[in-house]
Design a protein around this ligand. Structure first.
Ligand code: NAD
Length: 474
């Protein structure tokens, strides 16, 4: 049991002011793996007070101090590698290799990248008649989801620390333990007391308390659109700045000169990665009408080779994070069938040979039209859809026929067509032919996918306020 009923406030693990606890489940075994406290408004108040009193001196720290701090954090994070991998496989159900190569590495990369950005970051510049300064925004309330326990926490925290802002974090109650290890990492790296605070609990209690707290200056939220909208509503009452990273229904445009094997590989990796629980996942695969049959055959073959099962073993796909998530994914698969799409691979029920854990079969729907529910709503599981198109203009129109705009993908050869598709998709991040991700590039969405950007210098900007001074003496 990984029971830890304390919150981390002002550099110490402290008892909760409430008595309620929450179970944390291992989604592969369906067993309780530990308990955490359901934090209260009073706990949150204490954390905000600590962050507020640590702010003036942390805001005054030098660039050099903060670069060194971020480097030390990256070192201490590396020392906890085995534990972080183990805990993320247990709480999230990510296969061990995914916990190591994706989750562990993403957290590490954000601390390193923030240190790197800071070396050349401009906190002050001269304009025609003014000096522009960028000052830390203050106390930042961070609310994170369960699908990337170290990535989403680390990108927000690293940017806040780089900017000189202090933090109160509420990690997802479904996957709280990796974030609790982060608190120990920061302590070992010598972070001053009160700069980082962590209160566990529900979105209803602690999440709402963060978004409506009068002494929090900025809320950075990642998760569902419904909760994101609630955060914005609460924050509006006292004109609090918000950054929101919400959902997506991202397109992959397969061009007519694409290598079918490679393009199908991209489509399949998008539902394999993190069991499809990825906000940027390409879940609408747009294929030229005349390629439909050969693309379907390739997808069927590749999906049949996927190893689904125990995340402690050498499988590519583990369970979904929770029973609620499993029910949601299964009901979307049923909805696709009910709406008349054809199941090319997978379908409802458990994968073959799996009897325990919150699993779903990797599922590919074809004969999908873009107005079907499975093409419009975020499923957040290993489910994708094949939609055919007539021309590239038609493909771009379908790609943009969504309320979301988080990511987009293009596969093919002709540079002009690749450019046209990449610039034509209205989304915050486009990947051409499986190009590697870039931690210095901004991450965030157009339309209902959110407001603001994370990662790199764009991420640091969110935790700063620009100030213009006219007539500043030399
Ligand atoms: P959620 O949005 O409810 O949870 C994410 C975080 O928000 C958690 O820390 C949660 O406690 C908190 N939260 C919930 N209600 C809140 C509120 N009113 N105020 C402040 N914080 C609140 O997500 P979920 O219910 O676990 O998942 C539902 C769906 O959300 C998923 O199926 C998926 O479609 C989407 N989702 C998206 C992302 C993403 O990265 N964009 C991540 C997780 C979930």
């Amino acid at each position: 049991m990984r029971d830890n009923l304390k919150h981390y406030i002002n550099g110490e693990w402290v008892e909760s002011t409430g008595s309620q606890t929450m179970e944390v489940m291992n989604p592969a075994t369906e067993e309780v793996m530990g308990h955490i406290s359901a934090g209260t408004k009073e706990d949150l108040d204490k954390a905000v007070k600590a962050a507020r009193s640590a702010f003036p001196s942390f805001a005054q720290t030098s660039r050099e101090y903060r670069i060194e701090l971020l480097e030390k954090i990256a070192d201490e994070y590396t020392k906890r590698k085995d534990e972080l991998i183990e805990v993320m496989t247990e709480e999230l159900g990510a296969p061990l290799k995914v916990s190591e190569n994706v989750h562990f590495m993403m957290g590490y990369s954000h601390f390193k990248q923030a240190a790197e950005e800071l070396r050349n970051f401009s906190f002050s510049e001269k304009r025609e008649k003014s000096t522009i300064m960028k000052e830390p925004i203050g106390v930042s309330g961070l609310i994170t989801p369960w699908n990337f326990p170290t990535n989403q926490t680390s990108t927000k925290i690293a940017s806040a620390f780089a900017a000189g802002s202090t933090v109160v974090l509420k990690p997802a109650e479904i996957t709280p333990y990796a974030a609790m290890i982060l608190a120990e990492i920061f302590e070992a790296a010598g972070l001053p007391k009160g700069v980082f605070n962590l209160v566990n609990g529900t979105g209803q209690e602690v999440g709402n308390a963060i978004s409506s707290h009068p002494d929090i200056d900025f809320v950075s939220y990642t998760g569902s659109g419904i909760a994101g909208s609630k955060v914005m509503e609460n924050a509006a009452k006292d004109i609090k700045k918000v950054a929101l990273e919400l959902g997506g229904k991202s397109p992959l445009i397969v061009l007519d000169d694409a290598d079918i094997k490679e393009a199908a590989g991209i489509a399949v990796s998008n539902i394999t990665m993190n069991t499809g629980q990825v906000c940027t996942a390409a879940t609408r695969v747009l294929v030229p009408k005349n390629m439909k049959a050969s693309f379907e055959a390739e997808m069927k073959e590749q999906v049949a080779q996927l190893a689904v099962g125990d995340p402690q073993q050498d499988n590519q796909i583990g369970p979904l994070v929770a029973k609620k998530q499993q029910d949601r994914v299964q009901s979307y698969i049923q909805k696709g069938i009910d709406e008349g799409a054809t199941v090319l691979a997978g379908g409802t029920g458990n994968p073959e040979g799996v009897s325990k854990g919150y699993f779903a079969k990797p599922t590919v729907f074809t004969d999908v039209s873009n107005d079907m529910t499975i093409a419009q709503e975020e499923i957040f599981g290993p489910v994708t859809t094949i939609i055919t198109y007539e021309s590239l203009d038609d493909a771009i129109e379908i790609a943009n026929d969504t309320v979301y705009g988080l990511a987009g993908y293009v596969a093919g050869k002709d540079p002009e067509a690749l450019r046209k598709a990449a610039t034509g998709i209205r989304a915050g991040q486009i990947t051409v032919n499986a190009a590697p991700s870039d931690y210095s590039a901004p991450f965030g969405g157009f339309k209902q996918s959110g407001i603001g950007r994370e990662w790199g210098d764009f991420g640091i900007e969110e935790y700063l306020e620009p100030k213009a001074i006219m007539g500043m003496p030399e």
